[in-house]
Design a protein around this ligand. Structure first.
Ligand code: DAK
Length: 262
């Protein structure tokens, strides 16, 4: 499938989608969002893909936000449509049944930070900068930032970042709990791929159940969350992956997971 605004590659069960508008610092326009939406559908449908990595082309940006030039010309109705498209594509990332890692290689601003927040975790280059500067434009985050950032780092820290629109370096983002790990720019992709490979070698069924339990549990009370965990645990127990995992332990060998329930 041909894309103009993103690149997609698959290697050893790991798909990498690269935002590819480096001249505009990979800003999100409607065409990019539409292509990303189709690419995510393909990833979700392909059972051989076990991990997804998102990153930006060039060495300056992951995604420098929504395309301000395109946004500036929108009518209210078109803006609503743009927001729907953006939220729907970002929700698709969060709902993917496989782990998604954001490799934040440069500016991740506005929609860029929101895109990273929809991933399961974030590795960043030391030189990267993140933030939600929408209030600087007279807007508020429109792709889930007010909700996901406050759930991740707490409402008081999130409010400070959102109200001030402050752009912060990767190390500060790590201190806040927004970024998991920080690497030099040269080592970032190697570290991301090492983690991706270790996840790709794990049981697809268990990773899916773990993701579902954590994500759904965040939106509910503890008792309901624990019930979701019990159900996920039970599903894993009847999977061929769990059978293989336990047998491999007893036989003192590495498990070969097929990612199947039965
Ligand atoms: N959109 C369009 N073009 C962008 C861009 C963006 N977000 N960011 C950078 N570019 C373009 C620049 O215009 C420039 O293009 P040319 O002038 O060369 O044609 C090129 O990329 C290189 O940028 P700079 O020359 O500015 O590079 P610098 O290194 O000097 O500065 C920078 C890098 C990242 C600090 C700066 O580019 C910058 O401040 N960019 C804007 C960051 C930003 O504010 N992003 C938007 C965040 S707000 C909505 C839903 C969601 C949203 C809005 C509405 N609806 C409900 C409708 C989300 C909004 C956001 O994402």
């Amino acid at each position: 499938m041909d894309f103009e605004n993103i690149l997609i590659g698959v290697e050893e069960g790991i798909a990498t989608i690269t935002f590819n508008r480096p001249k505009a610092l990979n800003a999100l326009n409607s065409a990019l969002l539409a292509e990303l939406s189709r690419a995510l559908d393909n990833v979700a449908d392909d059972e051989d893909i076990r991990v997804l990595v998102l990153t930006g082309a060039g060495d300056k940006a992951f995604v420098a936000g929504a395309d301000i030039k395109e946004l500036a010309a929108l009518t209210a109705l078109q803006a609503k449509r743009f927001a729907q498209k953006g939220q729907s594509v970002i929700n698709k990332i969060a709902a993917l049944p496989i782990p998604v890692i954001a490799a934040v290689n440069g500016y991740a601003l506005g929609g860029g930070t929101e895109m990273a927040l929809a991933c399961d975790f974030i590795y960043a280059a030391e030189s990267a900068n993140m933030g939600l500067p929408e209030t600087t434009l007279g807007l508020i985050p429109g792709f889930g930032g007010t909700q996901r950032l406050s759930r991740l780092i707490g409402s008081n820290q999130a409010k400070e970042l959102i109200y001030t629109g402050k752009i912060i370096p990767a190390r500060e983002a790590q201190t806040l709990g927004l970024v998991n790990q920080v690497f030099s720019a040269e080592l970032l992709m190697g570290a991301v791929m090492e983690t991706a490979r270790s996840l790709a070698a794990k049981g697809r069924v268990s990773l899916r159940a773990a993701k579902e339990a954590v994500n759904s549990g965040l939106d509910t009370d503890l008792a309901t969350g624990l019930k979701i965990e019990q159900d996920g645990f039970a599903i894993c127990m009847i999977s061929t992956d769990a059978e293989e995992g336990t047998r491999a332990f007893i036989e003192k060998r590495k498990p070969v997971f097929k990612g199947r329930l039965s």
